[in-house]
Write a protein that binds this ligand. Structure first.
Ligand code: GRF
Length: 210
């Protein structure tokens, strides 16, 4: 299936993909509202019918596409069907970028090829991960870094390819672990940085400063 991508230059339209609480998604939706003359978040895509982010995004006036992942005995086909449904749903929004914000699925290279930008040779898809990649990829970046006892960790925004938390790094910011930190303190310091760093990354994208 072919998706016609919105243009890169000038006003940009984004889709956000999220599966959970969506603090990053909501932070960027607020950022878009503050900069409505520069870019828009047209739609939130989620694979989870009960994701808390759905209600909050709707309250902020963002369209929501709930596209559940349906499991059969053919996982490859399931993934293909799911991604085709997403592409079909995205067609009406004319977006040029996707932002992943706690979206808990790996996108296939077939899907990502719809967002490949020949000018800067990356997919126009960003993800945020709570560690200094390539350290601590996977589902629990904060938990893994905390358990490893590293004195410094951080947050990474990267372009997405079909690996797990792989793809060229765009921005990184580190933060220290304090001796007295509980895991909750550590995560809340990190989340604050995530929200700042994702805004910075989006700002660079909308200003064509990649
Ligand atoms: C964040 O920690 C992000 O780095 C990771 O998933 C988490 C999503 O959190 N990819 P939230 O739903 O945005 O609060």
């Amino acid at each position: 299936m072919e998706l016609i991508l919105g243009g890169t230059l000038g006003f940009k339209k984004f889709a956000i993909f999220a599966s959970g609480l969506g603090s990053n998604a909501l932070n960027l939706i607020s950022y878009a509202r503050e900069n409505a003359d520069k870019f828009s978040i047209e739609v939130l895509v989620t694979d989870k019918e009960d994701a808390p982010v759905i209600k909050e995004a709707k309250k902020l006036g963002v369209a929501v596409e709930v596209i559940p992942y349906i499991k059969t005995e053919y996982p490859k086909l399931d993934k293909k069907n799911h991604e085709e449904k997403i592409l079909e749903a995205l067609k009406k929004y004319n977006i040029s970028w996707i932002i992943l914000a706690g979206y808990m699925r790996i996108l296939s290279s077939d899907f990502l090829s719809n967002f490949y930008d020949i000018s800067f040779k990356r997919n126009r898809v960003l993800n945020i991960h709570p560690s200094l990649l390539p350290d601590f990829p996977g589902k629990d970046g904060y938990g893994d870094a905390f358990a490893a006892g590293v004195p410094v960790t951080g947050v990474t925004v990267h372009f997405v390819d079909s690996g797990v938390d792989a793809g060229p790094i765009f921005l990184q910011r580190s933060f220290e672990r304090h001796e007295s930190d509980s895991l909750e303190d550590f995560i809340s310091r990190g989340k604050k940085i995530e929200h700042e760093l994702y805004r910075e990354a989006v700002k660079l994208v909308i200003e064509d400063r990649i």
